[in-house]
Design a protein around this ligand. Sequence first.
Ligand SMILES: [Fe+2]
Length: 164
Amino acid sequence: MQTNTSEYFYELETIESYSNGLLDLINSTKFWFQKNNLHIIKVENIFFNDSILSTLIERFNGTPLIFKLPPNIWYDWHTDENRLCAINMLILGNRSHCFFGERENRDIVKTRELTYNSNRYYLLNTQKKHAVLNFEEPRYVLSVGFAGTHDYFTVLQFCKDNKL
Ligand SMILES: [Fe+2]
């Protein structure tokens, strides 16, 4: 695995400003859709009015979701099924860790951690193997998935070109 992480994830320049709104949404939502151990809600596009996310959602047909991962979970190595890449922001979950990794042999997976800085967006190459380790608190992530032909490098170039 290369030391350079740019083929796995990329920190956008933009700083977001509506964490509190997302927390309100989390706290007021009664029904969460469940898939594996993930609890999921859809965030209406209108929530992101006039933000850079609305630009990306419109341009690349993004689907904004909030994922809740319960405490004490190792979410095993996988690639995402229905999306090629995603833009994530950690809403809550200080003691949680997201890794990209490549298996060397039976015992060793070489890893790079994606360390989430608060209020920052990260573009993730979800076609690369990744995993999440969550400790004692529920972990909440805003995740806008992109499918179709919109792969990681296409969205990455757009973000760089537009200084997002
Ligand atoms: Fe994933």
